[in-house]
Design a binder for this molecule. Structure first.
Ligand SMILES: [Fe+2]
Ligand SMILES: [Fe+2]
Length: 291
């Protein structure tokens, strides 16, 4: 694996890619493998991104003035741009998911309420530490998505392209919140404690959102789909099982988000999954718009 050490990773440019996905062409409520629970899991995740990533941004902004390293300052700017754009794209697709029959608004409101009434009252230290943990988990999910082409097999194209684009940017900025925490707070033991809470909370919330999304449709009673979704998550080669080892690496003394590599995944995305026609800055996109 290609690794980055000695702060070389802070030279990595983190630039939001302005994308335009054809979400209007999403056809089926069961857009993912014709499976209501797999489709609901991704719908729940997508619904949670705008409020969740808003909190990630806010918690990093709390420490922005304390950052002295100019490279890290630049990366924070890129991180804010990328997460902001992710929320923007997920808001658009969430409307399309609702058109198909989900109720993503329910998850959005629930999470917003929780963040405003509870999270914002917590200490700045906890909020940033929680963001570091959540960013580690989302980066691992992103790496899994790019690494395992079969993981999103049979997902309708616009949703798949969105997930892959979001995945690569999560990999790209995976060390930003961690580096801000280490520069401004530096309490590693506290981070480990927070991770134990964060991983449980994340599993609980994502499972809850999946059921909320499934129950917002008339197809929820489908044990076959539920069983195959659980296998897809926890079975051999499943996401959660595959992430167990890299998740545990977080607790080791020499951990850093780039310690075990990841740059090659950015290259893989660029080679295998990047479509210039979706990139607002590309000539192909501009030509297609003019035509
Ligand atoms: Fe994101
Ligand atoms: Fe992120």
């Amino acid at each position: 694996m290609e690794t980055l050490t000695n702060k070389a990773h802070q030279k990595l440019e983190i630039k939001p890619r302005q994308m335009d996905f054809a979400f209007g062409s999403l056809k089926d409520l069961k857009y993912f493998d014709n499976n209501i629970y797999k489709s609901s899991f991704i719908a729940g995740l997508s619904a949670a991104f705008p409020p969740g990533e808003g909190e990630f941004l806010d918690s990093v902004k709390l420490y922005r003035d304390q950052i002295t390293n100019p490279d890290l300052k630049r990366q924070v700017k890129g991180f804010i741009g990328q997460e902001g754009h992710h929320s923007h794209q997920h808001k658009i697709v969430n409307k399309e998911l609702d058109r198909l029959g989900f109720n993503t608004d329910k998850v959005d409101k629930l999470l917003h309420k929780m963040i405003n009434s509870r999270v914002k009252r917590l200490s700045n230290k906890f909020r940033l530490a929680h963001t570091v943990c959540a960013e580690h988990i989302t980066a691992l999910m992103g790496e899994h998505i790019i690494n395992q082409p079969d993981f999103l097999k049979n997902m309708e194209a616009p949703m798949k392209d969105l997930m892959l684009w979001h995945a690569v940017e999560e990999v790209e900025h995976k060390s930003v919140a961690y580096d801000v925490y280490m520069e401004c707070v530096g309490d590693r033991a506290y981070l480990n404690k927070t991770m134990k809470f964060a991983i449980l909370a994340l599993h609980f919330r994502l499972t809850r959102y999946m059921f909320m999304m499934a129950f917002s449709t008339k197809y929820w009673w489908n044990l076959k789909d539920l069983a195959s979704t659980l296998k897809w998550m926890f079975g051999k080669g499943g996401m959660w099982r595959s992430l167990r080892k890299p998740y545990k690496a977080f607790y080791s003394d020499d951990f850093h988000p780039w310690r075990d590599g990841g740059l090659e995944l950015i290259e893989k995305w660029q080679k295998d999954y990047y479509h210039p026609i979706q990139d607002k800055s590309s000539d192909e996109y501009l030509r297609a718009k003019v035509a």
